[in-house]
Design a protein. Structure first.
Length: 322
């Protein structure tokens, strides 16, 4: 999803810092050395998803990234959006069949890695390509958008760094492979909603997500999807320059500030969006104040309740309300 900075712009910066030809040469040398030492053989599908800690990071991630892009999933047991995103990334790692490796980092047990990557909230997804790190996206997002990001990452790995992936032995570990998890009761509706969202049919996505929530009000994926669809639907027809102008000229006007906050969030300026609405709540009373408060709570759903920026904004909101 756009607000979560799901782009490969970081790869351009990476190429500017480190010449692609040099990185490609180093990757080829590392693979050749691995082959001389008896490595480079086929791996089992189970090897495509690994748990990584600070002690093993150099070998498990940095060294491996000279052969294949390594996608890093920063997660925690208490993080509800992580429980939605992590299984999806694990499934895609197996499906992509060696085009990338997924490294899972528990932030509670690996605070130093979290700080080194500048992780501000989870889930957060980064990649390491030929020893170089870059951010991919933060928060849960539709599968189609994640696939697009992975495809771009793999293309960059091949074209700029000569990373062609690793060979997977599909027979290895076949006997111990876990049984396929049966489809959930709302999977078809959620998939339909996600497809509508990807096609920019925001009204259709909103209707589909609301249908799920009517039967299952606590469905995490539906709540997140609804918040995203409603946000994207609101900003679809906006004139950003006009919205910014009206917000600057009317600092206490609820409608102007809510529109600007939507643009802030879509542009990735999460703290700005939250701060703008908290200040607008402070400036208003009655129905206007309540409308802004409700909009702020909706934007919290887009980012996820466990994100520290949401926690900070909730505290700030409580201060101005009480």
């Amino acid at each position: 999803m756009q607000p979560r900075n799901m782009s490969m712009s970081g790869v351009v910066d990476l190429a500017a810092v480190k010449a692609a030809g040099e990185a490609k040469t180093k990757a080829e040398q590392a693979r050749a050395e691995s082959a001389r030492q008896g490595g480079g053989g086929a791996v089992s599908p189970a090897s495509l998803v690994i748990d990584v800690d600070e002690a093993g990071f150099e070998n498990d991630v940095l060294q491996r990234s000279t052969e294949v892009p390594v996608v890093i999933d920063f997660w925690a047991e208490w993080c509800e959006p992580c429980k939605q995103l992590s299984p999806l990334l694990e499934r895609l790692a197996v499906e992509y069949n060696g085009r990338f490796v997924l490294a899972k980092v528990d932030v509670d047990a690996n605070q130093m890695l979290m700080q080194q990557f500048g992780v501000q909230g989870i889930p957060a997804v980064f990649a390491v390509v030929a020893g170089q790190a870059l951010p991919l996206f933060q928060g849960a997002a539709p599968e189609a958008q994640i696939r697009q990001t992975l495809d771009q990452l793999i293309q960059v790995g091949e074209e700029r760094f000569g990373l062609t992936g690793i060979v997977v032995d599909q027979e290895a570990g076949a006997e111990s492979a876990p049984a396929e998890v049966p489809a959930g009761p709302y999977d078809a509706q959620l998939e339909s909603a996600a497809q509508a969202l990807d096609a920019n049919d925001f009204d259709g996505a909103v209707a589909a997500y609301r249908s799920v929530l009517a039967d299952d009000p606590v469905n995490t994926e539906a709540k997140l999807g609804l918040a995203q669809a409603e946000l994207l639907g609101r900003v679809a027809g906006m004139d950003p320059q006009q919205v910014r102008k009206e917000a600057a000229e009317n600092p206490a006007e609820p409608v102007a500030q809510m529109a600007a906050a939507d643009l802030d969030l879509v542009g990735g300026h999460v703290e700005d969006a939250f701060g703008r609405l908290v200040e607008t709540v402070r400036r208003n009373f009655g129905d206007d104040r309540d409308a802004v408060r409700v909009r702020l709570l909706e934007l919290f759903e887009v980012i996820g309740p466990d994100d520290p920026r949401v926690t900070a904004a909730r505290t700030a909101l409580a201060r101005v309300l009480f």
